[in-house]
Design a protein. Structure first.
Ligand code: DLL
Length: 440
């Protein structure tokens, strides 16, 4: 089903008209209400009345994550605190968290874009829905929760982690739709098999996965293991949370951006120049309807491309590709740009490996070096024996060589590969996973 036919199948001309009006409004709104933008516009000599729409968007300043930190916690809010009904925050690894705020209308809009996402993922009103995104300051849990209730799903607010409980609910409540991170979907698949439960016997058929990068190869693995559809959902706290974009289950080919609320651009991350559809660059959003904390040309750090071709699902909303990496987790290994997702995609075809791995990044003589530690399958260990991994067994050495050759072919650089045993690589315990150990 399509949740909002009028918007989601709008012609390009109608969408452009809608966006033009909203861009003009938001430029005035932030200029009048947010001192940070008043100052920025004045410094750049921008008169908000001159901003008439999409064509003028490139004249506006970028907003960066550091601007949120500099105005911590509520300095970018455009409404008095009495109008703010919710705050969320995303935990950074260093420093203060990034704080975002919502008015009641913002919460309604968020529920709307999440309801559209559920429909895209194949959910229908009345379906049993198990929400395994974390509830709390993280936007995943509550964001999806409100969208699910808006659609009329039977919402189970189980939150993240506690795999034993997730499995009980999947069986006893007969869950049909489930949301979690893709890495947790894999944790769950393995746990089900270990508990002697065949996922095929469970009614769960739609997984709505996001909050971290993953690959098409990983989708195949998840779908095969769980006997279900897995669609990609994208979002970030600064823009709203989950529901910025989502794939349709019919196409599974790029995530439709809710562009009536979040106007996307792709830029060259070095020069800031706007790139054409199809070109890979940094994704930038202008929120055109948000009240509490609207952001102008917010630089997400996520690298992807845009596609305006109509989709087989009937939606006309522009699609973004998978996130290919983050501008800031790109590793430069002897002059070559490498993203962890490329390594993952290259290794997923190798039968002796599980989909789990760890990457260790070090620096020697000011050069990044990367050690790839893929985990072998149980079947492989049963064949070669427990000690083989450390003992220089020929099967191990030849597998190592095979992986090194595969990585060299896809990354164009040599990497060191060390095999690790089943269960040694990090697993998702419910939330986002971190596979890169940066020792620089
Ligand atoms: O992760 C919101 C979310 C919750 C999205 C649940 C989807 C599902 P943050 O914690 O602020 O918000 O992290 C945002 O996560 O800039 C991306 O780098 C990454 N990310 C989110 N979704 C995807 C995805 C939530 N589908 C940051 N693919 C973003 C790749 C994703 N990366």
């Amino acid at each position: 089903m399509i949740w909002n036919e009028k918007i989601e199948t709008m012609s390009r001309d109608e969408m452009t008209d809608l966006q033009n009006g909203r861009i003009a409004n938001i430029a005035k709104y932030v200029y009048e209400r947010v001192p940070f933008y008043t100052k920025k516009f004045d410094e750049m000599g921008i008169n908000p009345d001159d901003i008439k729409g999409l064509e003028d968007l490139h004249k506006l300043p970028f907003t960066k994550k550091t601007d949120l930190r500099d105005n911590y916690p509520f300095g970018l809010f455009a409404v008095p605190m009495e109008e703010v009904v919710r705050v969320h925050a995303s935990s950074g690894t260093t420093g203060k968290p990034t704080v975002v705020g919502y008015t009641r209308d913002d919460i309604d809009m968020w529920a709307e874009v999440c309801a559209r996402s559920f429909a895209m993922s194949g959910a229908n009103p009345g379906d049993m829905f198990q929400n395994a995104y974390g509830y709390g300051l993280f936007t995943g849990g509550l964001g999806m929760h409100y969208g699910a209730e808006k659609m009329g799903l039977n919402t189970i607010p189980v939150s993240g982690g506690n795999t034993a409980r997730q499995m009980t609910l999947l069986q006893d409540f007969q869950t049909k739709v489930m949301a979690c991170t893709p890495s947790y979907a894999l944790t769950l698949a393995d746990a089900l098999v270990n508990a002697g439960i065949n996922p095929e016997d469970l009614p769960v058929r739609n997984f709505i996965l996001g909050a971290e990068p993953w690959t098409d190869e990983m989708r195949e693995e998840i779908e095969a293991k769980l006997h279900a559809n897995a669609v990609n959902i994208y979002g970030l706290s600064e823009i709203i949370g989950p529901g910025v974009s989502c794939e349709s289950v019919e196409a599974k080919d790029g995530m439709h951006i809710m562009e009536d609320h979040f106007v996307p651009e792709i830029i060259n991350p070095e020069t800031g120049e706007v790139l054409a559809d199809g070109e890979v660059g940094e994704l930038v959003f202008t929120t055109v309807t948000k009240q509490a904390m609207p952001l102008i040309r917010y630089r997400t750090g996520d690298l992807c491309s845009l596609n305006r071709e109509p989709s087989v699902c009937g939606r006309t909303l522009v699609r973004m590709s998978r996130v290919l990496g983050r501008a800031d987790d790109m590793l430069i290994i002897r002059g070559v740009n490498v993203f962890p997702s490329q390594i993952e995609a290259a290794m997923l075809g190798i039968e002796e490996l599980s989909p789990h791995y760890r990457l260790i990044v070090t620096q020697q003589d000011r050069l990044d070096r990367i050690e790839v530690q893929p985990e072998v399958t149980k079947a492989f260990i049963e064949r070669v024996g427990e000690e083989a991994l450390t003992g220089g067994h020929t099967a191990v050495t030849s597998l190592q060589k095979k992986i090194e050759a595969t990585l060299k072919e896809s990354l164009l650089i040599s990497t060191k590969v060390t095999l690790i045993g089943p269960g040694e690589a990090p697993r998702s315990e419910g939330g986002k996973i971190n596979r890169v150990e940066d020792r620089r």
